[in-house]
Design a protein around this ligand. Sequence first.
Ligand SMILES: CC(C)(COP(=O)(O)OP(=O)(O)OC[C@H]1O[C@@H](n2cnc3c(N)ncnc32)[C@H](O)[C@@H]1OP(=O)(O)O)[C@@H](O)C(=O)NCCC(=O)NCCS
Length: 178
Amino acid sequence: MSILPDLTLRTPRLLLRAFTPQDALRVFEIRSDFEVTRMLVFPAYPPVLEHVAAWLREHAIEWRAGTAYRFAVVADGRVIGCADVDEIQDGCGELGYWLERDYWGRGLASEAAGAVHDFATSTLGLRRLVAGHAADNPASGRILLRLGFRHVADRSRLYRSRGAEVVRREYVFDADGP
Ligand SMILES: CC(C)(COP(=O)(O)OP(=O)(O)OC[C@H]1O[C@@H](n2cnc3c(N)ncnc32)[C@H](O)[C@@H]1OP(=O)(O)O)[C@@H](O)C(=O)NCCC(=O)NCCS
């Protein structure tokens, strides 16, 4: 399936669009907050601007290959985070999201994650989504449960940002029911 790179998703308060190279500084700023990055498995802390720029450059390649769709979350014309589906293979993908701290607690991550969940299951037709969150991040668990994910396991994972093993709560969503 070919998904055009100018595809946008809209929610009542947000616009989700592909990242551009001009977003590197904003992403760097948001990821420079340890409270954001410590909840993510892969990114290192502190971030390096050139690494962020290289990560953004990969997005177009992933998008064309159909392996990941990473959306910049935009509110009031400003990038405030990311919501994505990646690791796409055999009808399955992984849902992820992060927002700048100033925007937490307003239901915006739920809105963004919901839009990407719909995109993944309806537009891409993925039948299974997986997701997970650090055990000390219950807000993320609330988002997943509201989207219909079910908790399936707790596993220890290396969180690069923390340089430590962290218990990660893992979830599955089956579009065809459990
Ligand atoms: C986790 C994160 C995405 C939540 O964003 P948000 O916009 O504040 O989330 P929402 O406002 O949509 O709220 C999510 C839910 O968490 C609940 N919540 C918020 N803080 C909570 C806490 N400390 N404990 C339990 N639940 C909490 C909210 O009440 C809401 O639940 P509800 O919808 O049942 O009322 C945001 O904090 C973030 O980006 N954190 C850093 C990166 C990250 O953790 N990404 C996810 C990695 S798995």
